[in-house]
Design a protein. Sequence first.
Length: 100
Amino acid sequence: MAESLPVHRVIKDMGLTHAEFFRIIPGVFTDCVPVIEGRTIRASWPGRQLLVTLGPEQRRRIALLALPRTEVMLEFRGFSEQQIGEFLAHFDRRFQRGGG
């Protein structure tokens, strides 16, 4: 089913560890139960599927400061442009950190 659906990929460079990502990601999916296998998360809705794949944990170095970094690929199958935009806005809000 999902193989013939249109595919749209988004790659995000996120400043977090895998542990932080997996702590937050369940809150992103309020209308389905994702399946987590290793560094991959699958979520399905009627006629649509999302595959989220984490790259290896890395470190971003700025002078003496070392910050976590993980590349995250989101692969949308069967989503309209509007649905992708709405999901990404929700995703970004869930991962947003406070600060000032």
